[in-house]
Design a protein around this ligand. Structure first.
Ligand code: DI6
Ligand code: FE
Length: 407
């Protein structure tokens, strides 16, 4: 008897492949999904399988009548940090604004103090509960930014802690260097950008500690001119860029990001039409962060109709951070993306699969298709829209990961 060609075969389920262009959510009823060497080897109707299950696969799994989606991708987080900002939450409830707290030395700088106080082991330990919460909801790829160190040593330590998380848990961690997140107290803004550009970025590139470079372009952070310097150096070092743009005001950040062919521009509450058109031309993904919008009690929504009209791909992420978005539920972001930003459930799900992969520059995941990484989640639901509809329910049955076999 010859060995079965596939490692695993899933039956008795529907597949929400998220492949664009066909049925909504790429849905295949009564599907079969075959996996070999960490890749999808078959996805299609069970009736079209070329042989009997036993002849095709070593292990045959029962999908319990559920729905299988691609593994979820959280494409924008600040997961690694020390401390928390519950006190600022109370202050904001009492009427203080996020900007006023930041200008008074709280905000991001409060978390910088708490993060600098932790060594790498302590940073990893502080982050694991947050990571585990995301994994329980089917996250298989996560982006993690630095930006709470703001010194060469502390920024690199944050990135190393993020890398270690990927070795400790079954998740692919993609790191982003966000040295230009805030101006630390020991420098003025231009001198700090000098440090980011001349010292931090070359080290991050040399030690391969990040897959991308981000910045915060805002009145309380960095100007477009300063952001441009960071981007120019990142590009010269071969690192793709992304940007916190148009979160609290319109700085023209999205157009600047597009000029550098950014992978994504994120937040975008104050995005205008010129910015949306520039993003469309550059293929820059719009990453919307409803957790930050909600937690800051913003009222100016990102212009979703404009993004649709220009054909800008939309992703959704937690923005998990201790200040503006203390969120560790990507499923909740699906609901908020629909309820607060008027996305459809299908758009929301594409935002944490296909388009989130694109926001990270990853073409090997985010869709269940032959040849893609076999990162998938089986859910106890009847239709994919239930993932966005439910609030606080986690119907995950199982997470399947290609990584073990790929490693
Ligand atoms: N925008 C955000 O929402 C986070 N960073 C950023 O540039 C907030 C970070 C924080 O408040 O700690
Ligand atoms: Fe952020």
């Amino acid at each position: 008897m010859t060995a079965a060609p596939w490692d695993a075969l899933w039956l008795n389920l529907s597949a929400a492949t998220m492949a664009p262009g066909g049925a909504a959510c790429g849905l295949i009823a009564d599907a079969a999904i075959g996996i070999a060497e960490g890749r999808v080897a078959y996805v299609g109707p069970r009736a079209d399988l070329p042989d009997t299950p036993a002849a095709l696969a070593r292990d045959v799994h029962d999908g319990e009548g559920g729905v299988m989606t691609p593994g979820l991708i959280d494409c924008h987080t600040h997961l690694v940090y020390g401390g928390n900002r519950a006190r600022e939450f109370e202050m904001r409830l009492g009427g203080a604004s996020y900007e006023a707290i930041a200008r008074a030395g709280g905000g991001i700088l409060a978390t910088v103090r708490a993060t600098r106080a932790l060594d790498e082991d302590a940073l990893v330990a502080a982050t694991l509960p947050r990571l585990d919460a995301l994994l329980r909801e089917g996250v298989t790829t996560i982006e993690i930014k630095s930006g709470y160190g703001l010194s060469t040593h502390a920024e690199l330590r944050q990135l190393r802690a993020a890398r270690r998380l990927g070795a400790l848990r079954p998740v692919d961690v993609r790191t982003t260097f966000l040295g230009a997140h805030a101006v630390p107290p020991e420098h003025d803004a231009d001198a700090y950008v000098d440090l980011v550009v001349n010292e931090m970025l070359p080290l991050v590139a040399a030690e391969r500690l990040a897959e991308a470079v981000d910045a915060f372009c805002e009145t309380i952070a960095f100007t477009p001119a300063q952001t441009r310097r960071v981007f120019a150096r990142a590009q010269a070092l071969g690192l793709p860029v992304k940007l916190h743009a148009e979160q609290l005001s319109n700085q023209g950040g999205a157009a600047l990001a597009a000029e550098f062919s950014a992978l994504s521009a994120d937040h975008l509450e104050w995005l205008d039409e010129a910015g949306a058109a520039a993003m469309a031309r550059a293929g820059t993904v719009a990453v919307l962060l409803p957790g930050a919008f909600y937690a800051l009690r913003e009222t100016h929504t990102p212009p979703v109709p404009l993004l649709r009209a220009h054909g800008v791909p939309i992703a959704l992420a937690t923005d998990s951070n201790p200040g503006s978005s203390p969120v560790t539920s990507l499923l909740l972001m699906l609901n908020m993306g629909c309820t607060l930003f008027r996305l459809t459930p299908e758009e929301a799900l594409a935002g944490v699969t296909r388009n989130a992969a694109r926001a990270l520059g990853l073409s090997d995941r985010g869709v269940l298709r032959v040849g893609m990484r076999a990162d998938a989640v089986l859910w106890r639901i009847g239709h994919p829209a239930e993932l966005a509809y439910n609030i606080g329910l986690c119907p995950r049955i199982a997470t399947v990961r290609g990584d073990e076999a790929l490693a």
